[in-house]
Design a protein around this ligand. Structure first.
Ligand SMILES: [Zn+2]
Length: 279
């Protein structure tokens, strides 16, 4: 299992998207209860009034953001550190820190819960979505074929540690600390290595490793989903179990060579690696 402090990254957000889609697609929003709260981008009840009457066309994901889109306006949501989205029966009691409730014509409701308030929930015109900050500044989607070229170009321009470059959302969107460390382990690259010291071949391998790591995690989430998923949960269901190679495993044996995984702090955040398998 991921540590309890796990922050949602691209695979978790994608799993949430897939779990919500069958409950939201084609549904009309018949009411919104929005509490004015100070999130990273605050919830403005006036703004959310524009979401009433919307027929949900689809849910898009961009990096770690979700856009519940209607023809005219869309809700742009970010789970932050602790945010959760769940479709619930109105009779189920609200969890603490339920900031937003969207009533659907199915009789059910979409709830946004965020105890630590690092998330965001805003309403924007659908046609401007690609231009809306912060969506406009996001880098390549790591699951797209273009991601390899984007990573190579960015790496050539900077001496920052490669782990930090992977966390830069303007380069690749959606990779957080867990999957950055996991992808580096898979690619055999030391997290602290300066980006511009990596060969083209190793950067291509890293882009492949990022994609494989994220796709494996999404597949693991999909398994959870078939069991009932967490769309129907009141919110307590956590993220899915992913078999992590290095993250959170300091002093445990490397699965490749048996030597101890090491942890060090890189720009204020933990990095994990095998000193034998990662160079
Ligand atoms: Zn090893």
């Amino acid at each position: 299992m991921l540590p309890s402090v796990a922050v949602p990254e691209l695979p978790e957000v994608e799993t949430v998207r897939r779990s919500l889609l069958p409950h939201l697609e084609g549904r009309r929003v018949v009411g919104v209860e929005a509490r004015r709260v100070r999130l990273r981008q605050g919830i403005e009840p006036d703004e959310w009034r524009a979401f009433e009457g919307v027929v949900v066309r689809t849910i898009l994901r961009r990096g770690k953001y979700l856009a519940v889109t209607g023809d005219e306006v869309s809700a742009v949501l970010h789970l932050g550190m602790s945010g959760r989205l769940a479709v619930a029966d109105p009779r189920q009691p609200h969890a603490a820190h339920t900031h937003l409730v969207v009533h659907l014509d199915s009789g059910r409701e979409l709830r946004f819960v965020d105890p630590r308030r690092f998330g965001s929930a805003v309403v924007r015109p659908t046609r401007t979505l690609p231009l809306v900050p912060p969506l406009a500044s996001l880098g390549a989607e790591p699951l797209d074929d273009a991601a390899g070229g984007v990573l190579r170009d960015a790496a050539g321009r900077t001496r920052v540690a490669i782990r930090n470059l992977l966390l830069d959302q303007t380069v690749l969107a959606g990779v957080g600390n867990i999957y950055a460390n996991e992808a580096l382990a898979r690619a055999g690259i030391h997290p602290g290595r300066p980006a511009n010291r990596l060969s083209r071949r190793r950067l291509d391998r890293l882009a492949w490793a990022v994609r494989e790591t994220l796709e494996d995690a999404i597949a693991a989430g999909g398994t959870t989903l078939e069991d009932g998923g967490f769309a129907d949960a009141t919110g307590e269901a956590g993220y899915f179990a992913v078999d992590l190679a290095v993250y959170g495993r300091d002093d445990a044996p490397c699965r490749g060579c048996g030597r101890a995984i090491r942890r060090f702090v890189l720009t204020g955040r933990s990095a994990y690696f095998c000193p034998h398998c990662q160079r």
